[in-house]
Design a protein around this ligand. Structure first.
Ligand code: TXA
Ligand code: MG
Length: 324
């Protein structure tokens, strides 16, 4: 495995070629780092599942370079989905649509739908473009972490977590820390009204404003996909406890305005909700590096990205409870 820092155009062409040849390329997006493979190459995609130790019926998101590629992957696209795509792409939003014949069972987990997005990150966008120039259709990329654990927001986190599983020809493209820091909003567009499967930076208010439709809420572990599989998600090794309760030696994450309890180890002091999202996963990983057994987290209040942060923290916390 080779790590390429601040990839140039030539490096990105090399990475696109590696994908065409069936190798894996981890790359930055504006949300989190993804572990990419040619979405039409069953063998390459199966390596993603084994490296992540991810259940096979858990579908992958396909990354494309623009809305023009959408119809290769999806059919019966409702008007409201086209509105969302033309407003928010490139951006932190995944649309779930009825799949085309290009979207094989090994990408969709055997479902009749496909998750698709155009990432808003220079390296990711160039990579999808170069890949398409070479005849590729789309890059399947889940977050580049082991199944159930914290998504990586730096290339170093990818290398630490997955480096030992990657092969000689696989690549990691390093383009610094991800700007948003939590995964894309996932919107199910297979029904008359949009359904939010996972909250993210594209908020419910934004979706309703653009579509003029009421959205229905549903959790990511919806029965349409992976029944009963997700007991632990977005979780570090440490136990995540929501609230102030902190004993000396425990980790602590909260907005900067919340003072550190005596004896606690402060892992992050974000000054805004945006900073909170961007630094959260790095802070949870830092807690593991320190070998902490417990991290208590004061959740941010309010709308917008705070909804996505509370969603992930709730899963990180309940996942650990389920394990213990
Ligand atoms: O921000 C992101 O979305 C990142 C970056 C790399 O793009 N990717 C990401 O992928 O978070 P992953 O695989 O870690 O999470 C994708 C989620 C899974 O929970 C999966 O079940 C859901 O998307 N998903 C994918 N395809 C779906 C489909 N056809 N129907 C319903 N859910 C789907
Ligand atoms: Mg993930």
């Amino acid at each position: 495995m080779e790590v390429i820092n601040n990839p140039t155009q030539v490096d990105i062409e090399k990475a696109a070629k590696a994908l065409i040849d069936g190798h894996l390329v981890a790359f930055p997006t504006e949300t989190v780092y993804g572990l990419g493979a040619d979405a039409t190459n069953e063998k390459a995609v199966s390596r993603i599942y084994s490296i992540k130790d991810r259940p096979e019926n858990h579908p992958l998101i396909v990354h494309i370079s623009s809305i023009n590629q959408l119809e290769n992957w999806a059919r019966d696209i409702p008007e409201y989905a086209t509105k969302l795509a033309s407003t928010f792409w490139p951006g932190p939003m995944t649309l779930v649509l009825k799949r085309s014949t290009l979207a094989m069972d090994f990408i969709t987990g055997g479902q009749d739908s496909i998750g698709i997005r155009v990432p808003d990150q220079q390296v990711a966008l160039l990579l999808t473009r170069e890949f398409e120039k070479l005849g590729g259709s789309g890059i399947a990329a889940p977050s580049a972490n082991r199944f159930g654990s914290v998504s990586p927001t730096t290339a170093k986190a990818v290398e630490e977590e997955l480096g030992k599983f990657l092969g000689n020809e696989d690549l990691i493209l390093d383009n610094g820390q991800c700007e948003i820091g939590v995964e894309s909003s996932i919107i199910d567009c297979t029904q008359v009204n949009p359904v939010v499967l996972r909250p993210g930076a594209i908020t419910n208010e934004m979706i309703e404003k653009v579509t003029g439709l009421k959205i229905l809420l549903k959790s990511e572990e919806s029965e349409i996909r992976a029944p009963g599989l997700l007991e632990s998600h977005y979780a570090p090794n440490a136990n995540v406890i929501l609230g102030m309760a902190t004993k000396p030696g425990d980790g602590f994450i909260a907005l900067a305005e919340v003072p550190t309890p005596i004896g606690a180890i402060r892992l992050a002091s974000p000054v805004s909700i945006e900073d909170y999202a961007r630094d959260l996963y790095k802070a949870l990983r830092l807690g593991d590096q320190y070998g902490l057994s417990k991290i208590s987290v004061v959740e941010p209040e309010g709308d917008g990205l705070a909804v996505a942060i509370r969603d992930r923290l709730g899963k990180a916390a309940s996942g650990k409870l389920a394990k213990n």
